[in-house]
Design a protein around this ligand. Sequence first.
Ligand code: ZN
Length: 491
Amino acid sequence: MIALRTNPATRWLLGAAVLASLALGANPARKAFVRALVGRDGQVPMDMFLGTSSGPGLAPAQHVRVVLLDGLGAATASGLPALSAVCAAGQELRIDVGFPTVSLPVQAALWTGRTQQQSGLQYRATQLEAPPAGATPSQVPGSVALAESHPEIVRSFGFTSTRPDPARDPEDPEAWRAAFPEQAVQAVASSSRLVHVHVLRVDEAGHAAGAASSAYTEAVRGADELLGRLRAASPADALWVVLADHGHRPAGGHGGEEPEIRIVRGCVAGPGIAPSPTVASIHLVDLARALADALGAELPSDARGRRWSDALADPAPGVTLPRPGAMRVAIAGLLAILAIGWGVRSDRSSRWWPRVPWALLVALVGIGVMHGWPSLSDPPVFAPRGLQLWLACVPAAVLALGLGLAGQSPRAQLAPALGLFAAALVLCRAPEAWLLPGLGLGEAGPPLMPRWSATVSVLFVVVRSVAEGAALAWLLRPLGTRLRSRTRAGA
Ligand SMILES: [Zn+2]
């Protein structure tokens, strides 16, 4: 493993120490990585250009009603009667909610016009201590928000009042859930200028049983029925905005950047909205601008969302997604190529098979077949023990053991695996957001980047399982040598 001019026993011990640390250390390190990913706030500097905005914004509205159907994917949303009625009366939208697709950070973008990267609220799930500066609800006197559950989200944005209200609503979540539809209808019917209703049953069913389940379909139906009741109770002159904050995977889960999760159906109808037969693609920060304009609120100065007519005219696909820059991609590519080269050179004989990282390839195929391309929407990517990912790598571990016993250098497998791992770390900003701050250098943040953060979590498990097989082979090697020499001596 390590080309040192030392005696074989020292070499063996060193190799064993390196392999054992990789096999045993990978999972604790992965846990720390996942904790940093979901547990920290932190901004990401990024160049984002949505174009200059000169067209007219939405005209002020006397009443604005915002219904957010948490976790409702665009495909499922397309066939809903009450939702489709809102779209038919106005403008149907495909809304890019940005990354990551997590409820509180997405609502922060809706109410402030700043993306998750700008606000630094990326995987945040707990209530904000104070509303973000420039949040629209705090600028609208008498604004009201109701949440079916998880009231910490609506309590984060400066609404004048939120429900459930500990002073007047049932403390028991089930009792509140039963009272919620009627309370929502009353609020929507009231004279409050801004009423926001956060419906959560669809997201809850998605987490419990997945978007392909009958429980999800049932919850979606119930949510759409409630939307119909709310619409019927609304002041006639209200501007209606109905949207979701993300979709759900067929087996449940969200958080990643996949279009099925990130791009949701939205419907806007009412004063100032010309009924349109076409579907317009916009960004959530554009919708934030429209809401602020309708409510006479002022968004923070760095909010990039465009005025309504400009937003409708240019979909600017994917422009709010963070991306690794060219320099980062170059460094990652170089690391991967050097490491793969180092692995290939581990065997100088004329044989070709020991130069190929077979076990690594099998691990990647195993992950691909069982989990697809890694995504933060896939719950096993966060699981502390990584058991489901590890199971996909068991054949690779067995192969690494067999190849090691057959005499392949562990370097042939592990150098390329570590190279890919290092490349993914660079691509997800782990060096500056996680590793260096861990050593006291720079400011800690979440190592979050579409696609690459999930890949790092998966590659931790790949490195671990290949190292497990290689380590076992390495430990058994002296035994094999002794057995062979004894057999020879016996003959
Ligand atoms: Zn959720």
